[in-house]
Design a protein. Sequence first.
Length: 267
Amino acid sequence: MSELPSLGMGTFRLEGDVAIESVKQALESGYRHIDTAQIYGNELEVGIAIEQSGVPREELFITTKVWLDNLTQDAFTSSVEDSLNKLRVESVDLLLLHWPEKDGRVSMETYLKLLAQCQQKGLTKHIGVSNFTIKQLDNAIDILGEGKIYTNQIEVHPYLQNTAVIEHCKQRGITVTGYMPLAVGKVMSDGVLIKIAERYNATPAQIAIAWQLKQGLATIPSSTKRKNLDANLEALKITLTDEDMREISALEANERIANPEFAPNWD
Ligand SMILES: NC(=O)c1ccc[n+]([C@@H]2O[C@H](COP(=O)([O-])OP(=O)(O)OC[C@H]3O[C@@H](n4cnc5c(N)ncnc54)[C@H](OP(=O)(O)O)[C@@H]3O)[C@@H](O)[C@H]2O)c1
């Protein structure tokens, strides 16, 4: 599939049979974007699930991400080939740099050019980045040129709305993919979201997803349960009002969940 579907399935933390079964269930439910990463250690299971699902390859949008250890000239391309072997595909639809390199071990120019080479070699249809700040995005565009970076995958949920980066990505023509859209389950007990959900006969998770969709973001909630996978997909049918959006905006708390020691200096 050539376009990034607005709602996909995340696979962080899913391992072994749970990963296989969850991805198969998601594909059965109608998900067509599966988001994995080298570091998740489940590309093999995602590949098995895709094969067993019987969904034709051209109907799928598969994303994987190159881990920090593999950003060097020696490791980059072979790590991507290894990912493709595990995923049992000839190419992915989107190849992301999982995190920007922090300690300067490899220059951004080196690893971005390696990423672009993977695209030229046909190992991926699109290329993109993840966890890039505004400054890093601008540097990346300077290196690769306009129109090359397809998406910036960043943490977005009602408690970390990331509006400055989203606005900048819009200005620069880059799609934002919001990760951890449910704040890893926290949204379920949020009084404001519960109240809005009641108005739509929906769940807080569905409202959190609909809030991302209304902003024009792609989003990738994760679940191991068929009921939740189905419900999350149903969020595509919910259109929030401007008033709902304002109420959710007020939940901003700068509460970042994914913040490892190698994270960049966030905007
Ligand atoms: N680029 C990056 O650096 C980065 C970092 C983090 C995550 N990600 C991507 O973003 C994806 C999503 O993030 P995430 O998985 O960490 O968190 P998330 O999607 O915000 O939350 C997942 C959690 O919510 C629960 N859940 C899902 N749907 C639910 C529903 N309808 N009702 C109640 N609970 C529900 C799941 O439990 P059940 O299994 O019980 O449903 C799971 O515990 C990841 O899987 C990964 O693909 C990317």
